[in-house]
Write a protein that binds this ligand. Structure first.
Ligand SMILES: Cc1cc2nc3c(=O)[nH]c(=O)nc-3n(C[C@H](O)[C@H](O)[C@H](O)COP(=O)(O)O)c2cc1C
Ligand code: SF4
Ligand code: SF4
Length: 242
């Protein structure tokens, strides 16, 4: 079983490719109503994006509840540049025999603009080549640690990650501009139902969210903003490139 979490589609796409190449199935962890039974599984995989040099909170919560059984386990994180010590920290919660990072297009438009089209296409092509190698490793149950940790990884994965989870996950800065046509896609897209339409305009009804950034990146009118940071930035969803 391969478990994935994804905001803008990168990790979902990776999970589907890995599942196909390793004759397995990929499941979105947000769609489980209860923790799945994994007793008869031959391998377990976790695939998710890096958020501030760490694993997203719902992935950590899911892994904490999953039974620990003695089978081959692997984790693949997707990130714009570097993963820090995210996979080492994840492996303390759920032991991973193998860990990989895949450099994929950046979706964190609160921090920087999306990559240029040429870079996006290169990242996806390079990732697909690496996915083929990873799949062979998984089929052979090779134990590999292949992570782009980056510099100052300990600092980033502890203090910066703590700061992100404590202070940067507020929904307070989300707002919509006049271009919004009330289509409701953002409401449907939010994995924690943090958005509702009132008088055909989205309102964020929870104080904190996971910051998956699907709402802001997939809005067909580019009507969602986060403070001033996103006003002049483009939007990213993998389905515009594959
Ligand atoms: C809240 C947030 C934090 C992020 N932090 C990092 C990071 O620390 N390092 C990095 O290389 N990419 C970072 N990114 C970029 C994503 O990890 C990357 O684009 C990922 O492939 C998105 O996957 P998804 O499409 O499955 O959601 C961040 C993205 C978000 C939304
Ligand atoms: S997806 Fe965009 S256009 Fe549609 S309701 Fe949400 S903000 Fe408005
Ligand atoms: S409000 Fe937007 S960024 Fe936050 S969890 Fe929902 S879809 Fe993701």
């Amino acid at each position: 079983m391969i478990f994935y979490f994804s905001g803008t589609g990168n990790s979902k796409w990776v999970a589907k490719q890995i599942a196909e190449l390793t004759f397995d199935k990929a499941y979105n962890i947000m769609e489980f109503e209860e923790i799945p039974n994994i007793k008869d599984e031959k391998q377990i995989g976790f695939i998710f994006p890096i958020y501030a040099w760490g694993a997203p909170e719902p992935v950590l919560n899911f892994a904490k509840k999953l039974e620990n059984i003695n089978i081959f386990t692997f984790g693949i994180c997707t990130c714009g540049e570097e993963a820090g010590l995210a996979m080492k920290r994840f492996s303390k919660i759920y032991h991973l025999d193998s860990s990989y990072s895949l450099i994929m297009p950046n979706n964190y438009i609160i921090g920087t603009d999306i990559d240029e089209d040429r870079i996006i296409n290169n990242k996806i092509n390079n990732a697909y080549n690496k996915i083929k190698t990873i799949s062979t490793d998984i089929l052979n149950k090779n134990k590999v640690y292949d992570i782009e940790e980056g510099k100052f990884s300990k600092l980033k994965s502890t203090i910066f990650n703590f700061g992100f989870n404590k202070f940067a996950r507020t929904t307070r800065k989300f707002y919509v501009i006049d271009k919004c046509n009330g289509c409701g896609l953002c409401v449907k897209n939010c994995i924690i139902s943090a958005i509702q339409l009132i008088d055909k305009k989205p309102i964020w009804n929870k104080k904190l969210c996971y910051q998956c950034l699907r709402c802001i990146n997939e809005c067909p009118k580019q009507a969602i903003q986060y403070g001033k940071a996103t006003e002049n930035r483009n939007r990213y969803m993998i389905n515009r490139y594959i």
